[in-house]
Design a protein around this ligand. Structure first.
Ligand SMILES: Nc1ncnc2c1ncn2[C@@H]1O[C@H](COP(=O)(O)OP(=O)(O)OP(=O)(O)O)[C@@H](O)[C@H]1O
Length: 342
């Protein structure tokens, strides 16, 4: 659906030339939810503007829905852009228009007759769960409801691609999850391709099939979300993954554990996919003469399967603990010794 080939985007600034995006190659499949994650200044917004045809690359080609955005302009580009829609962090609603009028706006611009417009607006209001709020003004809506209006408006002209620019960054965690669930629902029901940019790994973990990690204009790592969680390569990816696995709460727990477990080893086990269902811990106790205490654990779902971490204390003779650790590696459970107290 989307192909970016050797994309570089340079800007001229007062301090000379600045490379915002550097030699990026990406291929996004039809019907996929693809996330681009990076910190501020990584080049995410520039990527979005390249994908919606608002910017042309300095070099390289951008192909969306079989149209080479980087090579067309004028009416041809405007027509092609009809198939690429967008939602925003701050919703960008028209404040003097009601919910229904906001959603109708792109239909008016496209010249859809009133009766047809009204029917479509009704359909979209139901799709995003805003029944009964059609005459409300944006100022009377919660953040989550405003984003629902944004989503309905973006879907009005049946786009092929929905671009989400930090779409949940202004929302609280619960509302974020509700909006993410709505995006998954739309993706599955309509087969819509979704590309989102974010600085939050939670968003990637919860709804994306694949992810690209950006740093200083470059894609430093990309792949299936679960794989990236299991074996992050770049330092920045490890940092993003630790947003989920190594929260402040976990760090505090580990600090307490170090103080309270004077013997044995504290080991972090990482389980992915079907490995989360294996009876690894009971096998460990059965096969080796070690004592295992579970001290902390969590499990989260990704689109490609579950991902869990478990911190255990393994106590026993040095040989037995080593043998137990070797065994864990044979069952493809990733292990990390957090603290060796022996
Ligand atoms: N129109 C522009 N002219 C000059 N420099 C720009 C322009 N747009 C972006 N940049 C620069 O390009 C780099 C990447 O910016 P970009 O906005 O794409 O990053 P980002 O990851 O989206 O960050 P943020 O989330 O803060 O917007 C930054 O150094 C930025 O200052």
């Amino acid at each position: 659906m989307i192909q970016l080939q050797n994309i570089t985007k340079k800007y001229k600034t007062a301090n000379g030339e600045l490379t915002a995006v550097k030699d990026v190659n990406l291929s996004i499949n039809k019907g996929e939810i693809f996330g681009i994650i990076g910190y501020s200044g990584a080049g995410k917004s520039t990527m979005i503007r390249l994908l919606n045809g608002l910017e042309k690359p300095t070099s390289g080609t951008v192909k969306v829905n079989n149209q080479e955005f980087s090579a067309i302009s004028g009416q041809k580009l405007r027509d092609a852009r009809q198939k690429v829609s967008m939602i925003f962090q701050h919703f960008n609603l028209l404040w003097s228009r009601t919910v229904a009028e906001n959603i109708a706006f792109p239909l008016e611009i496209a010249g859809v007759p009133k009766a047809q417009r009204d029917a479509r607006v009704k359909e979209l209001i139901a799709l995003v769960g805003l029944e009964g709020r059609d005459t409300a003004y944006p100022s009377q809506l919660s953040g989550g409801q405003k984003q629902r209006v944004g989503i309905a408006r973006a879907l009005a002209n049946n786009p092929e691609v929905l671009l989400c620019d930090e779409a949940t960054s202004a929302l609280d965690p619960e509302t974020t999850d509700a909006i993410l669930d709505l995006l998954v629902d739309i993706n599955e029901r309509l087969g819509l391709t979704i590309v989102l940019i974010t600085h939050e790994m939670h968003v990637i973990r919860k709804i994306c099939h694949r992810v690209a990690v950006m740093e200083a204009g470059e894609v430093v790592e990309s792949g299936e979300v679960l794989q990236v969680f299991q074996a992050p390569q770049a330092d920045i990816t490890k940092k993003f993954v630790s947003q989920i696995t190594d929260t402040k709460e976990t760090q505090e727990t580990v600090a307490q554990l170090k103080a309270h477990y004077p013997t044995g080893q504290l080991i972090k086990l990482v389980f992915v996919g079907e490995k989360t269902e294996q009876p690894v811990i009971s096998q460990l106790v059965k096969k080796f003469d070690v004592e295992v205490s579970i001290v902390h654990g969590n499990i989260s779902q990704t689109k490609n399967g579950p991902y869990g971490t478990l911190i255990v204390q393994v106590d026993g003779s040095h040989e037995n603990v080593s043998a137990a650790l070797n065994y864990l590696n044979t069952v493809e459970v990733q292990t990390e010794v957090i603290v060796n107290v022996d």
